[in-house]
Ligand binder design. Structure first.
Ligand SMILES: *[C@@H]1O[C@H](CO)[C@@H](O)[C@H](O)[C@H]1NC(C)=O
Ligand SMILES: *[C@@H]1O[C@H](CO)[C@@H](O)[C@H](O)[C@H]1NC(C)=O
Ligand SMILES: *[C@@H]1O[C@H](CO)[C@@H](O)[C@H](O)[C@H]1NC(C)=O
Ligand SMILES: CC(=O)N[C@H]1CO[C@H](CO)[C@@H](O)[C@@H]1O
Length: 467
């Protein structure tokens, strides 16, 4: 978009300079109005150009929270804790065990400590402690990585779907890091796992309006108060999949920061299918018949997710795909619509030509399988997302950052590589962010949760679970 405006605006400027130059060579006498008109155009066009061009958005660095080893939860420990809750029927226990075994989660994921303590009796203070650990853990690491003073940060966005205390989570960050008093802070709640991308999109929009700013985006989820203790199956599933985690990202729109940033944000695309009732009801926070609160996942979740993905691909495709793929896609569409070739399968563009790396929300094995099938991705492309699910579980919106950290830890990120982050969440929403790497990432210098164990990955997830 910006480059098109550039050529459009610079063409007349270029023409003018040529005319001036020719006139000068011909010794034409300049009359004053001509000179003034000339000057005005020479000053005006570049300034119009600078006004209309939206500033770039760079990501200086990011961090993912790695919880303490004491919070590690194996299948056995999980079942033990569930047993200690004392409210599950035998059938529910069996069901949870079965879900866990098929989930794609490994034996090293993390749950909040209070849920592992016996007796299990989480309270508000525990939840606050949990979010503090995650938020400050991720942010401390981020501030250690970047050379930016907390006072320089102008925009703060925190997203935590299920826990929204007063004072807000964003206020907790302002208080702890002594952020400036005119900070623009936003606390997003209730938007589910795709909120990570929503907050990026919000940050991008704000950065386009507020020049020379830094934006801190913190994505976390709080599980403490959302552990479901009833016996309805749709609500038990999320107990098994949800694990703790969080991420912090620093964005900048200063052009000079290009030289010390990791990635540039190229596109964000948001799809909201909330108009459709089935989509709307696919993930809900409700009370069951015994008034126990939990998160209910509907059976249609996978279909709904597939639909949302398709919709968003349709709008993202034209932005990112090479011309050849676009032609095939349009050709297929014309054949179907114009020539009534209804049996023809819709052409699925090869997104591997548009991106080198994929980070898909690790919500569960079914989500990843669905996306892999829809986009025809190879195992190599799925590896970061599968390993994230295996090692950290469903960490909600921050899971796409664990995926990116994995890709970096494996030394896969090279200058110019394009990364596609796909988030899914209640609503139902499918959101994408597209990044371009500004430099090679040298894993030896990185600090991220995968670093000290990256040699042991990838693990074969399918075999792991049969054993
Ligand atoms: C913020 O990020 C977390 C990531 O875990 C996600 O669970 C949460 O839903 C996100 N956002 C919002 C707006 O709730
Ligand atoms: C992942 O965890 C979040 C937060 O608990 C939940 O809303 C979401 O439904 C989970 N995803 C899946 C597919 O279970
Ligand atoms: C990001 O942080 C790591 C430290 O973990 C550092 O080695 C790396 O150089 C940083 N990247 C940039 C582009 O500043
Ligand atoms: C914001 C955006 O581009 N989202 C798109 C996702 O897909 C739907 C359906 O094709 C579009 O209508 C949205 O505009």
């Amino acid at each position: 978009m910006a480059s098109k405006t550039k050529t459009n605006l610079f063409f007349p400027l270029f023409l003018l300079i040529i005319i001036d130059f020719l006139a000068y060579c011909q010794n034409v006498q300049f009359d004053p109005t001509w000179v003034i008109a000339n000057l005005i155009i020479l000053v005006l066009i570049p300034s119009i150009y600078l006004q209309t061009k939206s500033p770039p958005v760079y990501m200086l660095n990011f961090s993912c929270y790695k919880p303490d080893n004491t919070c590690k939860v194996s299948t056995q420990r999980f079942m033990h804790s569930c047993n200690a809750v004392g409210k599950f029927t035998k059938e529910s226990m069996e069901f949870q065990k079965k879900v866990l075994e098929k989930s794609g989660l490994g034996e090293d994921t993390y749950l909040p400590e209070v849920l592992l303590r016996i007796p299990v009796n989480p309270c508000m203070a525990d939840a606050i402690k949990e979010v503090e650990d995650i938020i400050f853990g991720a942010s401390d690491e981020l501030f250690a990585k970047i050379n930016v003073k907390p006072k320089d940060i102008g925009i703060l966005i925190v997203n935590c779907s299920l826990f929204s205390p007063t004072p807000s989570l964003s206020a907790m960050i302002v208080n702890r890091y002594k952020l400036r008093s005119n900070i623009m802070s936003y606390n997003i709640a209730g938007m589910g796992c795709s909120a990570g991308v929503i907050s990026l999109d919000l940050a991008q929009n704000l950065l386009q309006v507020h020049k020379n700013s830094y934006a801190l985006v913190v994505s976390i989820e709080c599980g403490t108060l959302n552990f479901y203790t009833g016996n309805e199956k749709p609500m038990l599933v999320s107990n098994c999949l949800f694990r703790i985690g969080g991420s912090a990202i620093l964005l900048s729109n200063k052009r000079s920061d290009k030289y010390r940033s990791k990635y540039e944000l190229i596109h964000t695309v948001r799809t909201h299918k909330g108009v459709d009732d089935k989509s709307f009801a696919s993930v809900t926070h409700i009370e069951d018949s015994e008034r126990i609160i939990g998160i209910s996942l509907s059976k249609e979740l996978m279909i709904v997710a597939g639909d949302a993905l398709k919709a968003n691909i349709t709008s993202l495709g034209p932005l990112v795909l090479p011309v050849s793929e676009k032609l095939l896609f349009v050709g297929n569409l014309i054949a179907k619509k114009l020539f009534m070739m209804k049996k023809l399968k819709p052409y699925i563009p090869d997104f591997k030509l548009a991106f080198e790396h994929f980070c898909i929300h690790a919500g569960g094995k079914a989500v990843l399988d669905g996306v892999q099938k829809n986009l025809a991705l190879a195992e190599w492309h799925m590896e970061p997302s599968r390993m994230t699910l295996y090692r950290f579980g469903n960490t909600s919106s921050s899971s796409i950052w664990y995926g990116l950290a994995y890709t970096e830890a494996k030394g896969r990120v090279k200058r110019g590589d394009r990364v596609w982050q796909i988030g899914f969440g209640s609503g139902f929403k499918c959101n994408s962010a597209v990044w371009s790497a500004l430099r090679d990432v040298n894993p030896a210098q990185e600090m991220n949760p995968w670093m000290d164990e990256i040699q042991s990955f990838p693990v074969d997830v399918s075999r792991e679970k049969c054993a």
